[in-house]
Structure formats: structure tokens, C-alpha cells
Design a protein around this ligand. Structure first.
Ligand code: ZN
Length: 427
């Protein structure tokens, strides 16, 4: 990579407070009572509401004299429309002193948007990243937000970003400022015990790619220096994010296969819950790159793939699966930019594995052994794509410049096409 004329010398790190472990979600009433909150909005979606978990959280709040209102209209994969409806609900029924998000990334991201737009003036588009929105920074402080993930993987409980589809422009974008980050993340593995194997496998590959992509991201000092007002939450690989990513990979090495093959193993579930949050602490500050950019068109252009353990009513490639399918070839491509990091990651993910003669093949081979063991499909061909789809996939991935600029090796359309072609069949 060409050296910047005036290299960055500063990196930043932000994170929520954490409460981790079996039973942690039973202490939310107490935790909120410490903030002085009297009226709280519990944000979830219909599917999670059906499990009864958000209701149990709301009941706890009552024991501390806190009034809880429930919003279960979060859209799985939030859209500008669904977020506007959620914000309207918050404005109509507010003001609230605090928010509790119970669910996956969608519920947590929806709560971030409600918090932002009930404490600051303006509308959704004012805060969405430019050029889709105005990219405005919030001026007023936000209210406390407690995030309670019920599916492992997204890391949304530890990141600032809120991801959404802008429907009339057919584009996925986000709001990314430091302020919407949850103030407390409650990581209770008991809430994920009923997650089926297929979901654990896909969500786990998402965790793994968050850790790997932030660990191999272009380092913060490979960019041009920014002015303070230009700083973004994703600043590239840095020593603090590295530490979290390495620990997440070690936890995955220890427990990922086991959590998929025996969901009742509470120690493995606990490790996965921690790995998800730790990886979020890494990528929430460093950023993710090629596999996540490729995941957008893989998920968006699906025709008739129906994964095991997911609702059968509509075709889909789950997020973690869509990220994983091009990961081995993406990391083969980025290997020359930082060989020592790719080799170290392979050793962390499969301690004791022998390094193949071709060093560039070490990390891809570790990933493929894992994907085979946990039932991830054999490449994008196995979820319905063929050679004729490559151009459209490249076009979709190339739109994610925000992610591709964090790739440690410059990536153009030809490079993306090569990665997709070699990912048609992985083994
Ligand atoms: Zn992800």
C-alpha cells in the first residue's frame, strides 16, 4: 500500500460497560434503578417477544418502581421505514429516561435510532451517512441504552453503528457516530441456549469474520491524518482492537464446533457469547472489509436458497453465512499485505495446525476445515450462484467503499471478481 504523505498518529477506542455471565439479565432492573430512570422503553421484535424474554425484563423494572413500555415492532433487518415508525412511537409515548433493547442486532439498532431521534432534533436522513443522508453529528447527549443480545453474533451491543436499508434507493447504509453506542451491554448466555445449530453456525462465522477482518484491517497509521472533527468510529487495526480480536479467536477455537454440535453445553455457549461481544469491541473500533462487503450482494441477490434452521417462508442467505462464503478466498487475496497477521490468526483459530507449504493457504485451509465441520455450504455455488452472476455480485460489493477502503490490500473490480469466482466452490 502506498504510504500516506501525512500518516495518522492517533487511534480511538470506545466501548460500553459490560455485565457478562449466566443470570446477568436478571439484574437489569437494579442496574436501571441506579440511573434514576422512571420511565423506560423496552425495544424488541415480534419474534423475540414471543419467547417472553422482553416481558421478563419489563416485569423486573416494575419491581424497582420503573414504568416500562414495550415496543415490539423492530423490523428484522431495519429499513428507513421501520426506523421512522419506531421513532414515531418513541416520540408519541415518550419522553423516556432510558432504553432497553432485547433481541438481535435489529432490535438493538432500532433502539439506537429511537434514542438518537428522541434526544436530538431533525429526522433520520439528517444523521444517515453521506452521501445518502446528511451525516450530521448529534449535538445533545443521548439517554442510557442497555443492550441485551438474545442471538450471538452481531456485536451490535458493543458498536456505535445502526445499519439500515434505504428502501427507495435500494441501498444498505448506516448511522455511524460514537454517541448511539449502548452504555451497558448485558451478555447472558442463558438467553441463547435455544438457538438452533444452523443459526449458531452462521452467527459464529459472523463473529469469526468480525475478529479476522478487524485483525487484518489496514492499520490506523496507514491512512492520512484526520482533523478531530473528521474522526470516525472505524479507524483501522490498532493495538486495542487487536487484543479483543485475538481473544475472540481463542474463544472460538475452544468452543465454536462444540456450541454447534451440542447447544446444551453451557460453557461453550458462554464462550460464544463472550466471543461475539469481544469481536464487537474489536471491529466496532477497527472496522471490517472484503468478506462483509461481499456479503451485501450475496444476501441481497439470493434467489431460492432456504437454509436449515431458519424460517422457510422466504429465500435467504443468513448474514454470517453470506460473510463466510467468500472469506477463505478474501484472506488468500489479502495475505501479501500482512502475512504475519494472517499466519497468527490461523494459529489462534486452530492451535497446533501444521502450516501448509504455501503460507498463503494456511488461513483459508483453517477456515474451510471449520466451515465443513459446522455445515456451512460449499461456496456461493451451493447457495445458488453461478459464473453468470459474478458481474452483478462485483457491482454490489463495489458499492461498499466504506468497507473496502479498510482492506489491507487495495481491491478493485477485477480483484473482487477473482475472489467471487474462486468462491463458487471452496472444497
Ligand atoms: Zn457481520
Amino acid at each position: 500500500m502506498s504510504r500516506p504523505a501525512n500518516p495518522e498518529t492517533i487511534f480511538t477506542y470506545g466501548a460500553p460497560q459490560l455485565k457478562c455471565g449466566s443470570g446477568a439479565s436478571a439484574e437489569i432492573g437494579y442496574d436501571l434503578s441506579r440511573t434514576g430512570a422512571r420511565r423506560v422503553l423496552v425495544v424488541t421484535d415480534a419474534g423475540v417477544a414471543a419467547t417472553g424474554t422482553p416481558q421478563r425484563v419489563a416485569e423486573q423494572l416494575g419491581e424497582f418502581g420503573i414504568e416500562a413500555q414495550m415496543y415490539d415492532g423492530s423490523h428484522v433487518e431495519p429499513t428507513d421505514e421501520s426506523l421512522r415508525a419506531a421513532v414515531d412511537f418513541g416520540r408519541q409515548h415518550g419522553p423516556f429516561d432510558a432504553f432497553v433493547a432485547v433481541g438481535g442486532g435489529s432490535a438493538i439498532d432500532t433502539a439506537k435510532a429511537i434514542n438518537l431521534l428522541t434526544t436530538n432534533p431533525g429526522e433520520l436522513l439528517d444523521y444517515i451517512n453521506a452521501p445518502i443522508g446528511a451525516g450530521r453529528a448529534p449535538q445533545q447527549p443521548l439517554k442510557p441504552l442497555i443492550a441485551v443480545p438474545t442471538t450471538t453474533g452481531t456485536g451490535s451491543e458493543s458498536t456505535t453503528v445502526c445499519v439500515l436499508d434505504v428502501l427507495d434507493q435500494h441501498v444498505k447504509t448506516g448511522i455511524s457516530h460514537a454517541m448511539p453506542r449502548p452504555t451497558l451491554a448485558v451478555i447472558d448466555p442463558d438467553l441463547t441456549v435455544s438457538q438452533p445449530a444452523g443459526v449458531t453456525a452462521s452467527a459464529g462465522m459472523d463473529i469469526l469474520c468480525h475478529a479476522l477482518e478487524s485483525y487484518t484491517a489496514a492499520p490506523y497509521d496507514s491512512f492520512e491524518r484526520k482533523r478531530p472533527e473528521q474522526r470516525v468510529p472505524y479507524c483501522g487495526a490498532n493495538p486495542i482492537a487487536d487484543m479483543w480480536s485475538e481473544k475472540a479467536m481463542s474463544l472460538l477455537a475452544q468452543s465454536f464446533r462444540q456450541a454447534v454440535h451440542d447447544g446444551s453445553d453451557t460453557r461453550a455457549r458462554g464462550d460464544m457469547a463472550m466471543a461475539a461481544t469481544f469481536a464487537g469491541m474489536g471491529f466496532g473500533n477497527a472496522g471490517v472489509h472484503i468478506p462483509h462487503a461481499n456479503a451485501y450482494p450475496i444476501a441481497g441477490q439470493v434467489r431460492d436458497f432456504h437454509p436449515k434452521d431458519y424460517p422457510a417462508d422466504e429465500p435467504m442467505v443468513p448474514h454470517g453465512m453470506s460473510v463466510a462464503l467468500t472469506a477463505p478466498e478474501a484472506f488468500r487475496y489479502t495475505f501479501p499485505a500482512a502475512p504475519e497477521r494472517h499466519l497468527r490468526a490461523a494459529q489462534l483459530l486452530e492451535p497446533g495446525a501444521a502450516q501448509p507449504d504455501d503460507a498463503a493457504d494456511f488461513l483459508p485451509s483453517v477456515l474451510i476445515r471449520l466451515m465443513r465441520d459446522i455445515g456451512i455450504p460449499n461456496g456461493i455455488g451451493a447457495v445458488g450462484f453461478g459464473p453468470a452472476d459474478i458481474d452483478a455480485l462485483v457491482e454490489g460489493a463495489a458499492k461498499q467503499q466504506r468497507l473496502l477502503t479498510i482492506s489491507p490490500r487495495p481491491v478493485d473490480d477485477a480483484a473482487l471478481a477473482g475472489i467471487f469466482e474462486r468462491s463458487l466452490q471452496l472444497w
